[in-house]
Ligand binder design. Structure first.
Ligand code: ADP
Length: 278
C-alpha cells in the first residue's frame, strides 16, 4: 500500500453523533498500555504502543487490515498466549494497576475479568440456557435459582430476554445470526467481567442485527468498559467515545472519537477516516 496523499479538501463520509463525545466526564484509566512491542516470531506486529483506556467508555480500534488492531485487542486478555510464536517483547499492559504479563497473574482469572466476543458468533451446540450457565457451572455454581436469575439478568442485559424467554431450553443454533451474537454477549456478561473486548462483532451481521448490537453496546457501557475492533468507520463513529487509529503496527492517533473523525491532527488519520485508503 502506498502512503496516503492528503488533498486539501476532503468530503467527510462519516457522521459523528454529538453524544459520542464524553469529554465532560472524567473517568479513570482502567487499562494502561505502555511502550508495548509485540512479535509473531521475528516479525514485529506492534511497535511501541502507549494508550490508556478509560473505565465505562467505549474505545474503538480502527485502521486498515493487518495494522495490528486484533493483535492488540487479544493482548488485553492474553488470548495471544495461545499462539506459540506470539510474544510481548517490551513494555507493559496494566489493568487496575497490575501488569497482566507478570508471571504471577492467573490467566483464567484475567479472562474472567476481561471477557471477549468474537467476529463470528460461536454459541456452543447446547441450549440457550446452557450457553449462559456453562462458564458458571465450570466455576462450580450449581444452585438452580441462582443460575435462573443470572440467565435472566444476562439475557436482559444483552437485550435478548423478550425474544427467547419461552425457548430457553431449545438449541442456541436455531437462533438467527444476530440473536446468536447477542447470546455470546450474554454469555460474556454472565460471569460479570469488568471489561468486554469485541473483535468486529457485527461483521457477519445484517444492518438490522448490527443496529441492535450497537444499541446494546451503548447500554453495556453503563456497566462495562468496552474495547471494540471495527473496520466499519461509521460504527466507530456511532458507538465509541474514543478512537485509536493504527497503521502498520503503530498507533498513529488516539483521541475523542469526534476529534478523530472531524478534526484529526495527523494527515494519515485524516486520509483514512475520509476513505482515501484502507
Ligand atoms: P488487524 O486486526 O488490524 O487486521 P492483525 O492484528 O490481525 O491486524 O494482524 C497484524 C499483523 O500480524 C499482520 O501482519 C498479520 O499478518 C500478523 N499476524 C496476525 N496473526 C498472526 C499469527 N497468528 N501468526 C503470525 N502473524 C500474524
Amino acid at each position: 500500500m502506498s502512503d496516503p496523499v492528503v488533498p486539501t479538501t476532503v468530503p467527510r463520509q462519516v457522521t459523528v453523533p454529538a453524544a459520542s463525545s464524553s469529554s465532560a466526564i472524567a473517568t479513570r484509566n482502567v487499562i494502561e498500555i505502555e511502550d508495548l512491542d509485540f512479535n509473531y516470531g521475528a516479525s514485529k506486529a506492534l511497535h511501541d504502543i502507549t494508550l490508556n483506556i478509560r473505565e465505562r467508555e467505549v474505545t474503538a480500534f480502527i485502521g486498515p487490515s493487518g495494522c495490528g488492531k486484533s493483535t492488540l485487542l487479544r493482548c488485553l486478555n492474553r488470548m495471544n498466549d495461545l499462539i506459540d510464536i506470539a510474544k510481548v517483547t517490551a513494555g507493559q499492559i496494566r489493568i487496575d494497576g497490575v501488569n497482566i504479563y507478570d508471571p504471577r497473574v492467573d490467566v483464567i482469572e484475567l479472562r474472567k475479568r476481561v471477557g471477549m466476543v468474537f467476529q463470528k458468533s460461536n454459541p456452543f451446540p447446547k441450549s440457550i440456557y446452557e450457553n449462559i450457565t456453562y462458564g458458571l457451572r465450570i466455576q462450580g455454581r450449581k444452585n438452580k435459582a441462582e443460575l435462573d436469575e443470572i440467565v435472566e439478568r444476562s439475557l436482559r442485559g444483552a437485550a435478548l430476554w423478550d425474544e427467547v424467554k419461552d425457548r430457553l431450553h431449545e438449541s442456541a443454533l436455531g437462533m438467527s445470526g444476530g440473536q446468536q451474537q447477542r447470546l455470546c454477549i450474554a454469555r460474556a456478561i454472565a460471569v460479570e467481567p469488568e471489561i468486554i473486548l469485541m473483535d468486529e462483532p457485527c461483521s457477519a451481521l445484517d444492518p438490522i442485527a448490527t443496529a441492535k448490537v450497537e444499541e446494546l453496546i451503548h447500554e453495556l457501557k453503563k456497566q462495562f468498559t468496552i474495547v471494540i475492533v471495527t473496520h466499519n468507520m461509521q460504527q466507530a463513529a456511532r458507538c465509541s467515545d474514543r478512537t485509536a487509529f493504527f497503521y502498520l503496527g503503530r498507533l498513529i492517533e488516539y483521541a475523542e472519537t469526534r476529534t478523530i473523525f472531524m478534526n484529526p491532527s495527523n494527515p494519515q488519520t485524516e486520509a483514512y477516516v475520509s476513505g482515501r485508503f484502507g
